[in-house]
Design a protein around this ligand. Structure first.
Ligand SMILES: Nc1nc2c(ncn2[C@@H]2O[C@H](COP(=O)(O)OP(=O)(O)OP(=O)(O)O)[C@@H](O)[C@H]2O)c(=O)[nH]1
Length: 281
């Protein structure tokens, strides 16, 4: 886990901006469950007028209808798609969109009698959003290393991911938002940050408070509850008891209960749940 200090951010920004000069299209990766909170706060300033595709990753964990609404909203600015980087579902759309974005520029080259060149892509995003997973998926599809080329920092390489496309094999790591407790909660709940603001128990409590209104039936069934208490603390203790999280004297071990709730939520065992909806933000 990176500790972001202003100095680190300035350095990361500078490094990224250097690499951006080599790139045709940036793939901005967001978490489909929290597209607002998982977005770097300075992204527009960093990317400036660079062509961009917004990719909502982990679509398998997010609510289908809400993701669709997000895509519609985000697509007002840039092409926006949702993918699953674990199984590679829909990642073909990334190169399709990149091709469209670059069509005019490349056609111009051809009209000038020059050779059509590969479209160069790079993935950027905050920690844990799935950058490495997506790079692996894109690279696993019959890709080839294109060898060293000037201008690329040592240790980084271009990978030819399909005909006409090259991907920088190291992602751009961006810092997350630190602007509010609510954002910190959402990043912590989805596992993106180890929050300094919240401990696991508080994150799980806040999450449960949200979930009991959104998916009461799922909670009742999953944890085998007699009923879903309107009192969040009571509900948490009921879940703890059902899962055998007891300390000596029969008191519920809330820390262990919190770990279970967070683990199952992050894994998708509680269903596909989005923590942010477009009209809220
Ligand atoms: N369910 C699900 N999990 C995903 C998906 N993509 C990535 N993950 C998981 O999310 C976690 C983080 O993925 P990484 O690829 O390591 O994320 P990263 O952005 O490279 O993370 P940093 O190295 O911290 O910057 C891993 O446990 C992945 O298996 C997805 O589409 N669906």
């Amino acid at each position: 886990m990176i500790n972001w200090y202003p100095g680190h951010m300035a350095k990361a920004k500078k490094k990224l901006q250097e690499r951006l000069q080599l790139i045709d299209v940036v793939v901005e990766l967001l978490d489909a469950r929290i597209p607002v909170s998982s977005r770097n706060p300075n992204i527009d300033e960093i990317l400036q007028d660079k062509k961009r595709i917004i990719v909502l990753n982990k679509m398998d964990l997010a609510d289908k209808a809400i993701t669709k609404a997000w895509k519609k909203k985000l697509a007002q600015e840039d092409p926006a798609i949702a993918v699953n980087s674990l199984n590679g579902q829909r990642i073909n759309l990334i190169t399709n969109h990149a091709k469209n974005l670059m069509a005019d520029k490349l056609n111009k080259l051809v009209r000038k009698g020059r050779k059509k060149r590969n479209i160069r892509l790079m993935i950027v995003g905050v920690p844990n959003v799935g950058k490495s997973q997506l790079i692996n998926q894109l690279c696993n599809r019959g890709s080839t290393r294109t060898g060293d080329r000037p201008g690329v920092t040592r240790g980084q390489q271009w990978v030819k991911i399909k005909k006409g496309f090259e991907l920088l094999d190291t992602p751009g790591i961006l810092w997350p938002k630190f602007e509010s407790e609510e954002v910190a909660f959402r990043l912590a709940a989805t596992g993106a940050i180890k929050s300094d603001i919240y401990d696991n128990e508080t994150v799980a409590y806040k999450l449960l408070k949200f979930l009991k209104d959104v998916i009461p039936d799922t909670l009742q069934e999953r944890f085998n509850l007699d009923y879903v208490s309107a009192d969040t603390l009571e509900l948490m203790e009921d879940i703890g008891r059902k899962r055998g999280c007891l300390m000596s004297g029969g008191k519920v071990d809330r820390e262990r209960t919190a770990d279970i709730i967070l683990y199952e939520f992050r894994k998708g065992d509680l269903g596909r749940i989005s923590l942010e909806i477009p009209s809220q933000s």
